[in-house]
Design a protein around this ligand. Structure first.
Ligand code: NZQ
Ligand code: ZN
Length: 386
């Protein structure tokens, strides 16, 4: 659950025109598989820039990786990797394409019969085929971490994998790609990155003054740039700050030496698996209920967050903490993101027990920073999210 090894060796190429530099980062004579999604890169010039940069390499292409990268599609790409004797992977896209590529990196070296086992065996991946990325959607942080989340439509499952062998060798972060991102995805990106910080911050105080302020600064920057980026995604300064915030939210830095939660993500992934709700929106559905349900154990950090990030300076600790939850939901609403499950699906009744049963059957009995949340707690939190 995103709690992977974070000895980060990814080289970041940040800024305008950096796609042109990727040739220097790929081993000479490598046979490259260029992986992409539904075709946005062909409309915004990113595909052309990438092909131009790869002019001296032998390149095979694999397009059509869908949002919430689907196992059966990735298995077709794996066949291409083997048949074409590929030795370097290049993901050009958002979190889904990069995550799909991470799975392929691991699957290419996997010796078992069923690569889906990589998602269920809970073993960190220590070795994979080398890969780089050209990020087109700031959101997940996948471009600088070693985790991936893969969907299996047939099994209606969405599970995480990762390990020290799955860091990209390099990632290009050119903020100019932001200008073609649709409003829905911009809102998703801001919400996802914001929640990544919350998952590593909204726990209990451990005296990590610097880490707390790192986390708060990412939150404040996202709050500051959100209106500018939504008004005009071609605002380069806003796009650059948005992009860097998303990367820093989940590249390992802010989690050093502090407890982390990640229960919101664990519950959110189930809502995507069951109803296909966008990843970021599932987090917005769960986060408020999670904090209300765990109010006692999280109230000190909630109050600190309210004070430092939202400037709530009056009231008791409880009142500030409560205001922190309200401000968070109001922020998501301001982005156009709904925060209850019933706003996304009519068939929400029964969801809580389905998810709690899934957690029980997987043996997921100790979630959250105290490793104490049981499937029955999860059931109550999801019910509060209806
Ligand atoms: O597929 P294309 O045509 O490229 O269109 C995509 C897709 O439809 C479009 N898009 C991307 N860049 C664009 C663009 N459209 C126009 N202009 C651009 N520059 O956006 C749509 C969504 O893309 P996707 O990659 O699915 O979004 P996102 O980056 O939010 O990734 C979500 C996936 O990442 C996982 C999520 O669970 C979900 O499966 N996560 C991965 C994490 C990680 N590896 O660390 C952590 C996260 O918590 C998250 O779980
Ligand atoms: Zn996320």
């Amino acid at each position: 659950m995103n709690n992977f090894e974070f000895k980060n060796p990814t080289k970041i190429l940040f800024g305008k025109g950096q796609i042109a530099k990727i040739a220097q980062e790929i081993p000479a004579n490598a046979k490259v598989l260029l992986l992409y999604g539904g075709g946005s890169i062909k409309k915004n010039g990113v595909y052309d820039q990438t092909k131009e940069a790869l002019a001296d390499f032998e390149v095979v292409e694999f397009g059509g990786i869908p949002p919430n990268p689907e196992y059966s599609v990735l298995m077709k790409a794996l066949k291409v990797i083997k048949e074409e004797k590929i030795d370097f992977l290049l993901a050009v896209g958002g979190g889904s394409v990069i995550d799909g590529t991470k799975f392929l990196s691991a699957a290419a070296f996997y010796e078992g019969d069923t690569p889906w086992d990589l998602l269920t065996n809970n073993k960190p991946v220590t070795e994979g085929m080398p890969f780089g990325s050209v990020l087109t959607l700031p959101a997940t942080g996948s471009e600088m971490n070693s985790g991936a989340v893969i969907t299996n439509e047939e099994k209606k499952e969405k599970l995480a994998m990762g390990g020290p062998g799955l860091f990209p060798v390099f990632s290009v972060l050119d903020p100019e790609v932001v200008r073609t991102i649709p409003q829905r995805q911009l809102a998703n990106g801001i919400t996802d990155a914001f929640t990544h910080v919350l998952e590593q911050y909204m726990t209990y105080p451990v005296g990590a003054l610097l880490q707390d302020r790192f986390a708060e600064s990412v939150l404040q920057t996202l709050i500051e740039v959100a209106p500018a980026i939504q008004k005009d995604p071609s605002d380069y300064k806003a796009a650059a700050n948005f992009m860097w915030s998303c990367t820093m939210a989940l590249n390992g830095l802010i989690q050093k030496g502090v407890p982390t939660d990640w229960a919101v993500h664990a519950m959110g992934h189930e809502l995507t698996a069951l109803y296909g709700i966008d990843h970021a929106r599932t987090l917005a559905i769960v986060v408020g209920s999670h904090y209300k349900y765990n109010f006692e154990s999280k109230k000190a950090k909630l109050a600190q967050y309210a004070e430092r990030v939202w400037n709530i300076t009056t009231g008791t600790e409880e009142e500030k903490a409560q205001a922190g939850i309200e401000k968070t939901e109001a922020f998501f609403h301001s982005l156009g993101i709904q925060t209850t499950l019933s706003e996304y699906t009519e068939n929400y009744k029964g969801t809580a027990s389905i998810i709690s049963e899934r957690f029980t059957s997987r043996g997921w009995v100790g979630l959250g920073e105290h490793k104490k949340l049981t499937p029955s707690d999860v059931e109550k939190i999801i019910e509060m999210s209806y």
